[in-house]
Design a protein around this ligand. Structure first.
Ligand code: NDP
Length: 327
């Protein structure tokens, strides 16, 4: 038997509980992994609380990420003992996930753990950090360069936001952090933000165009914030949109696109193809300062994940959470 969180939905309601699970219940897959670390992302918060329709099958082991060691493999790419990470592919949504001591998945979903990272660091990064890197890569491919103007990061106090700030600052960009938690200014400056702006400056309905300010944007919140970020992006600048913490709507106009030639990049981590994942993880191993990652990370035990998931959706969790599934 192994410990894991299971989500059930039946006539008595929707609930997540820590349970002892029989390995015979593990889903189909050609690689079994002894999970060492997992994490909590926004989507895990939605899954565990039932506040968003993330879980598609019941019972479900949540957890869109895990890091651990292969214990059995029938896949030609993996052998017992290999260190692996998993992000997305519907794991924790339609296929049992990482908030458990064992996982069984398809070998093609796994990524090798970069040699420079421990399993715990990989989960401190998690899908949140890997998505932040995908955003940074999109801005780089657009042609943005350090010294070329300010980069706005929204939802800065959260996981994606924190990793985006640390990455961009280390690469030499000037980063402006938008947060609803101004009391976290010292934390955000320590990660590398040069300036802080109040979330409210961007989150209310705005004009089709505003004063040009941002060379680039990493937006984790969507809705009016994304619309206003586009409206204040400089001529031929770029916005990478990855999140919906404020809302899934996009109440914008075409003005920034047709009058300022800005580009909006959509960022998806879940189904990103393996080469994009490898590039992102290699860059994370190289460009993310381990001290900054440690400064934004809190560790919890598996049994604490259920309560912490609710706090995360309430915007009460700062930065990243790693889950020790064996504690
Ligand atoms: P977190 O909960 O860690 O961070 C979200 C942050 O958004 C909060 O900390 C808060 O920052 C801000 N926020 C919360 N509510 C609101 C609101 N109503 N209006 C404006 N800002 C708000 O989540 P993650 O960092 O893990 O994820 C961020 C977003 O990115 C989520 O929407 C998630 O679903 C999405 N995501 C998308 C991925 C993809 O593949 N496209 C992958 C990973 C995440 P502050 O307090 O500083 O204002």
């Amino acid at each position: 038997m192994f410990a894991g969180i299971l989500i059930n939905k039946d006539e008595t309601g929707y609930r997540a509980t820590l349970e002892q699970i029989d390995p015979a219940q593990l889903p189909e897959g050609d690689v079994t992994v002894a999970v060492e670390w997992s994490t909590l992302n926004y989507k895990d918060g939605l899954a565990i609380t039932g506040q968003g329709p993330v879980v598609r099958r019941f019972p479900m082991a949540p957890g869109i990420d895990f890091a651990g060691t292969v214990s059995e493999s029938r896949h030609p790419g993996w052998r017992a003992g290999d260190k692996v990470i998993l992000n997305g592919w519907g794991v924790g949504e339609t296929h049992w996930g990482g908030l458990a001591q064992q996982a069984r998945v398809r070998g093609e979903w796994l990524t090798p753990l970069p040699a420079a990272l421990t399993a715990r660091q990989a989960m401190a990064i998690g899908t949140a950090g890997y998505t932040a890197m995908l955003c940074v890569l999109a801005l780089e491919r657009h042609g943005l360069k350090p010294g070329g103007g300010e980069i706005l990061v929204t939802g800065a106090g959260g996981g994606v936001g924190g990793v985006a700030i640390a990455l961009l600052a280390k690469l030499g960009y000037t980063v402006v952090a938008s947060t609803g938690r101004p009391e976290e200014a010292a934390y955000l400056k320590n990660l590398g933000a040069s300036a802080i702006i109040e979330r409210a400056e961007l989150s209310a309905p705005g004009k089709p165009l505003g004063k040009e300010r941002w060379a680039g944007v990493v937006d984790t919140v969507g809705s009016h914030t994304l619309a206003n970020a586009c409206a204040t992006t400089r001529y031929q600048g770029a916005v990478a949109a990855c999140g919906l913490a404020q809302g899934m709507d996009f109440p914008a106009s075409v003005a920034p696109f047709i009058l300022r030639g800005i580009t909006l990049y959509g960022i998806d981590s879940v189904m990103a193809p393996p080469p994009a994942r490898l590039e992102a993880w290699e860059r994370l191993a190289r460009d993310l300062d381990p001290a900054k990652l440690a400064a934004m990370t809190r560790e919890i035990a598996l049994g604490e994940a259920i309560a912490t998931a609710a706090q995360l959706l309430q915007g009460k969790v700062r930065g990243r959470v790693v889950v020790d599934v064996n504690r």
